[in-house]
Design a protein around this ligand. Structure first.
Ligand code: GLU
Length: 556
């Protein structure tokens, strides 16, 4: 009786590993091509950190002519949530991060290196577990849960390193004959890796992000196949990233300390190890304390939050690139028109410790991103968002022709408007352009600028004169503005701000204050995009009605 008999008894139907090695050959890619992946577990909502990882992975694969794939790690079936896979696939879709291979829906996938869902790869893991058992590098362990707990309690009481190693690895030296008997008699078991490591020896490792790191060797006989026949994360990682021919494992740095174990697994399995790049998590400032963005505490940890708020996917991605490489910001400033795809991301320039998530900065990026959109694109995106989250806005946007004019104000020119950071800002920013909304409220005296104007009859004078003498819808912009200056002069205001500043005592105020009176009467705002364009879009009828209503309100 030898290891081979034991292996055949445990996994009688497994194929030889040469079958899989041939089925999933080395990829034929150019030198330097990065093959990498996003490998989430479908255990809950998609975390912004996961999006961050996949953005980085997608970009590096694209930059190098490599491959980015999506692998679903569902071996912990107790933790799986309903629609978990669809949630992941859709999140990537929403952010236009498209995998070259992997899951494309709950059940469908594309690519030649699948299945890309771990629960469908059981026989592959078992074939490699069998291979290890045959060589005496893995063994069945019959310890019960109670025995495990007892062992842990003893280790704790004696204050020694916890785990299944050395003298604590009770089943490691069970003779093959005995193990075979136990299995035949129906005892339940798991498969453990027989670690060749020693804790008092060190390994040196180079992480692409973290740099050189030293670790003690792994000496734990970890479980590789659980009682349900499925692998643990560690084992599945080694098999999958080998067979899928991953060159770079880009993952969260909570896995950094598992590197010694993973390198050992690769080595014992006869695989070439991939490069590792461990990404620091995105942090949050919580009353002066820096902590990880938490699924439980922070709404912005879930990628669905950005959709709900209407922060465009492009903005989120640009912001994440900012966090990834601090040089992105300068690049963006120098290359305003370029697509972010053209930015060369450098993995080894990523920060070793976690960057702080800054919502203000993200919204600022949002403003720039939306400012670069055409009116048509703003319309389409806002319309879609409104369809999901805001009925009133949806109603406003139904008249597409008018909405395009409104959204086109100060857009497509050199200095486009920057007042929209997210789709949920749109309503507030355009609501005054809609008569039915405008006429719902009165215009109060205090809304007008500058006390002198409020207290004199000048609001009335400005509005009346403008309506009766100066307003002409067909005027071009220059004529329109000259007329406002004429009006200012007629009432004793400076035609130019600088004239006023030179001799303030000669004037009541200046042309800017007169325009503001008109602006407030027309929009109820002191701040709007270009007033000439606003009046053109509103049209004569609406402009006149608004000015008249504002005049009536003064009598109240
Ligand atoms: N399923 C693991 C996780 O979600 C994947 C880690 C990895 O990328 O290897 O943390």
């Amino acid at each position: 009786m030898d290891y081979k008999d034991l292996a055949d008894l445990i996994f009688p139907n497994s194929k030889p590993i040469s079958y899989y090695e041939e089925k999933y050959p080395e990829r034929n890619l150019k030198e330097g091509a990065i093959v990498t992946r996003f490998a989430p577990s479908p255990t809950g909502f998609v975390h912004i950190g996961g999006l961050y990882q996949s953005l980085i992975a997608r970009k590096l694969a694209s930059q190098t002519g490599g491959v980015f794939f999506l692998r679903v790690e569902d071996t912990d079936q107790k933790r799986e949530v309903e629609n978990g896979v669809v949630g992941i696939v859709n999140a990537l879709k929403d952010f236009a991060i498209e995998p070259d291979e992997g899951m494309i829906s709950e059940t469908e996938e594309k690519g030649n290196y699948g299945p890309y869902k771990q629960s469908l790869r059981k026989e592959i893991y078992q074939a490699y577990a069998k291979y290890l058992i045959e060589q005496g590098k893995a063994y069945p362990c019959f310890c019960t849960v109670e025995e495990g707990e007892e062992m842990r309690a003893k280790q704790e009481a004696a204050k020694i390193r916890p785990g299944y190693y050395g003298v604590w690895a009770k089943c490691r030296n069970i003779p093959v004959v005995e193990a075979i008997e136990k299995i035949k008699s129906g005892e339940s078991y798991v498969i453990r890796f027989k670690s060749p490591g020693r804790e008092d020896r060190k390994i040196k490792h180079h992480d692409v992000i973290k740099g050189n790191v030293d670790f003690p060797e792994n000496d734990q006989d970890i479980i590789i196949i659980k009682a349900d026949g499925l692998p643990t994360y560690h084992f599945a990682h080694a098999i999958d990233d080998h067979l899928m021919r991953t060159t770079h494992v880009i993952r969260g740095d909570e896995w950094l300390s598992s590197v010694p174990l993973h390198l050992q697994l690769f080595h014992e399995l006869g695989f070439k190890a991939p490069k590792y790049a461990h990404i620091a998590p995105i942090m949050k400032n919580d009353n002066g304390n820096k902590r990880k963005l938490s699924k439980r505490k922070d709404a912005e940890a879930a990628v669905s939050y950005y959709d709900e708020e209407g922060i465009p996917a492009e903005a989120v991605k640009e912001y994440l690139l900012n966090i990834a490489n601090s040089s992105f910001e300068n690049w963006r400033r120098a290359n305003k028109e370029k697509s972010m795809e053209e930015f060369e991301l450098q993995l080894n320039k990523m920060s070793v410790s976690g960057a702080l998530f800054d919502m203000i900065k993200l919204l600022d990026v949002g403003k720039n991103v939306i400012a670069s959109f055409s009116a048509e694109k703003v319309y389409e995106e806002a319309f879609q968002w409104a369809g999901k989250y805001d009925e009133e806005l949806l109603e406003m946007l139904k008249d597409k022709e008018y909405a395009l004019k409104v959204l086109g104000i100060e857009r497509g020119n050199k200095k486009p408007r920057r007042d929209i950071a997210k789709w949920s800002d749109v309503k507030e920013n355009i609501i005054y352009m809609y008569d039915e909304k405008y006429f719902q409220k009165d215009c109060k005296k205090e809304d007008y600028p500058y006390q002198v104007i409020q207290e004199s009859q000048d609001v009335q004078n400005i509005l009346t004169l403008y309506l009766e003498k100066y307003y002409q819808e067909s005027d071009d912009k220059q004529t329109w503005f000259d007329k406002i200056k004429d009006l200012a002069q007629e009432l004793g205001y400076a035609r130019e701000v600088k004239e006023f500043k030179a001799n303030p005592e000669q004037y009541k105020a200046h042309v800017g204050d007169v325009s503001t009176v008109l602006r407030v009467a027309l929009t109820r705002r002191t701040n709007t995009p270009d007033m000439y364009e606003i009046m053109q879009v509103l049209g004569k009828d609406s402009v006149e009605k608004r000015l008249k209503k504002a005049l009536e309100n003064l009598d109240k």
